[in-house]
Design a protein around this ligand. Structure first.
Ligand SMILES: Cc1ncc(COP(=O)(O)O)c(C=O)c1O
Length: 326
């Protein structure tokens, strides 16, 4: 990202998405004064629920593009959706597109490069939600899947997810932080004195917040002590254990893998089980303090979902859990 980039820490990915998309909307309004159409955000059916909540707070629409069997948002899918429903969408002005870099349910990375071209062509904001998966950028094995992220107008990653920081710590980064400050800096007479002699950044100005604790400090401290390489190794170990788990699942006749894992999420079915079977197994595992694996659903079908983020998870633990599903 260029020199102009910067941001701050916020409480969670939800606030990061909201803060980014509010800046996106104000940019659109600045460039399109006088537009009377309702505003809309483009995203996919795999986008995190916080984007819909954001739209509700912002009183704007969401255009949800259905992803195909790959669960990945692509520019082709976006263009098809807009073409097929052009009548419905002609009353809307789209001001942003959200690409997810590691979907919550399946860990899929959208075609960020393609979506970034689409955003550029249509002069709209590109927001990349890497709340969970952004940490994958540390791994040489998967970082190319994030190509195009360098074109994001805003990007979020949550250290409290796969970067091992204690709650609550999410990072929001803008390509041009001054745009965020124009929108989020609060002007009040009692604050002016604080800004008068200020030099450098004021993280208050870059998100929808004001008073806050130094929530980036534990991340900075840990990074300083352990170094980036330790983080890279920890992320790699999650990727490796996800790949191990998917291999065992494919070999097991009582289990069925939903899709090959891209990052550290592995979704699979226990053949013959319904929602209540998944639920009672999950509760029992938690009660026995073996694992916290909750069922999820994909297109209405219940599945189990491993989300590996702990570098201490061993193959023996995975074996034990999978065996308990027999
Ligand atoms: C992709 C993505 N975006 C946003 C969020 C919301 O993050 P938070 O719970 O920190 O608000 C999540 C949470 O899982 C997520 O996976």
């Amino acid at each position: 990202m260029p020199e102009s980039a910067g941001g701050c820490f916020v409480a969670g990915g939800t606030n990061g998405n909201l803060s980014s998309l509010v800046v996106a909307r104000e940019e659109f309004r600045k460039k399109n004064p006088g537009t009377l159409k309702r505003l809309a955000i483009l995203c996919s059916d795999q986008t995190h629920s916080s984007v819909k909540s954001t739209a509700l707070v912002m009183d704007c629409e969401v255009i949800v593009v259905a992803t195909a069997d790959s669960y990945q948002l692509t520019p082709e899918l976006i263009e098809n959706e807009l073409r097929e429903h052009s009548k419905t969408y002609e009353s809307l002005d789209i001001f942003a597109v959200v690409a997810t870099a590691g979907t919550t349910n399946l860990g899929v990375i959208d075609d960020i490069n393609g979506i970034s071209d689409f955003a550029k062509k249509n002069k709209i904001w590109l927001h990349v939600d890497g709340a969970y998966g952004g940490a994958g950028l540390l791994s040489d094995n998967v970082k190319d899947l994030f190509n195009g992220v360098e074109n994001a107008d805003s990007f979020i990653v949550d250290p409290h997810k796969w970067l091992f920081a204690p709650l609550d710590c999410a990072a929001v980064i803008y390509r041009d932080k001054s745009l965020a400050a124009e929108v989020h800096a609060q002007k009040a007479s009692y604050l002016d004195i604080l800004h008068d002699d200020e030099e450098g950044d004021n993280p208050s100005d870059y998100a929808f917040h004001l008073s806050r604790r130094a929530r980036g400090l534990p991340l900075w401290f840990s990074l300083s002590v352990y170094g980036v390489e330790a983080y890279r190794n920890a992320v790699e170990s999650s990727l490796n254990i996800a790949s191990y788990a998917s291999g065992v699942i494919k070999e097991s006749s009582h289990l069925s893998l939903l899709i090959e894992p891209t990052l550290s999420i592995v979704a699979f079915e226990r053949i013959g089980w319904d929602w209540s079977d998944y639920k009672s197994w999950s509760k029992k595992q938690l009660k026995k303090q073996i694992c916290f694996v909750v069922p999820s659903s994909v297109r209405g079908k219940p599945v189990l979902r491993f989300a590996f983020v702990n570098p201490g998870t061993t193959e023996a633990i995975v074996d034990e859990i999978l065996l308990s599903l027999k």
